[in-house]
Design a binder for this molecule. Structure first.
Ligand SMILES: [Zn+2]
Length: 129
């Protein structure tokens, strides 16, 4: 092995070790970010979903017990509400509205105008869900 080859190999090995270290740091950063998303977003959402499921079951149980509504009525109503936004996709999507201040489209997802800050008054308790 001549001197040039020796130094070339040394440089290659040094570069490989440096890249291995950088990959290790990147993996650590990605794992920390995933853990943060899990703990700060997914876990709270699961808790809210569990609570919502419990409340919904309690409401359905009371409704069935106190009225003559049956499960087929519930199934039909779910389908009717699902179809209200024009898509049978298992969710209720409220259509965007025109901002009364600046006439921009306001996504009901954010429930405020992103251009001028207008906040539409709540009409129903479900408007903020
Ligand atoms: Zn606006």
């Amino acid at each position: 092995m001549d001197t040039l080859s020796f130094f070339w190999d040394l440089k290659q090995q040094t570069d490989i070790e440096l890249l291995k270290t950088e990959v290790g740091f990147a993996k650590g950063d990605a794992q920390a970010a995933a853990q943060s998303v899990l703990m700060n977003i997914v876990v709270p959402l699961e808790k809210r979903l569990d609570k919502l499921s419990l409340v919904t079951r309690a409401m359905w149980s009371l409704l069935r017990e106190k009225t003559d509504v049956v499960e087929s009525d519930l199934v039909r109503r779910i389908a009717d509400l699902d179809a209200m936004d024009g898509q049978m996709d298992g969710k209720v999507t409220r259509p965007p509205m025109d901002c009364p201040n600046c006439k921009s489209m306001v996504s009901r997802k954010f429930n405020r105008c992103l251009f001028c800050g207008y906040v539409p008054p709540e009409g129903s308790p479900f408007d903020s869900v």
